[in-house]
Design a binder for this molecule. Sequence first.
Ligand SMILES: [Zn+2]
Length: 197
Amino acid sequence: MGLTARPIGHTYPNVTKRFAGLPMAKLSIIIAPDPRLKLKCEPVAAVDDEIAKLMEDLLDTMYLAPGVGLAAPQVGRPIRVIVVDPSGKDDERAPVKLANPVLLWQSDELVTYEEGCLSLPDMYEDVERPAKIRVKYLDETNTERELEAEGLLATSIQHEMDHLEGIIFTDHISKLKRNMIMRKLAKVKKQKAQAAD
Ligand SMILES: [Zn+2]
């Protein structure tokens, strides 16, 4: 995912500008429909140097896209690693890197965001999810942490955790809308493949 929810006040083009000139590793993001986005991901044994570097690369890729979240399976790594940063363009960066995230609690209260995904470019639909959550996870230093989240942070963590189960945001909407989006994406992929021939 990249979750690319567009709440009021979030405009993304300036994010790229903000980080222009910085050295960044950009990974290639898998676009749906693709069987690699439907895999259930494996936990990491520990957050070692390689996983910590992957977290950095995921963040770089996410900022450049730009998006507010990205999961390892979206770059072809079927492991339980996600990154999110729901900060607005005028805010300080607020990256959160999570390995093996586990949902400990979710609120009964729900909230709706217009979600998007870096694996489903230019597609946006309203998705309803619990407004608040508590998760435990391993951070980039392999330290176990707990985080209570609400707002876009809670939504983006849930969106990214879905990717670890092979679930994308269109799995939360009507079949009619989902099929329409998948047809559009398949068409764009076909056109791109033909253009590359
Ligand atoms: Zn996504």
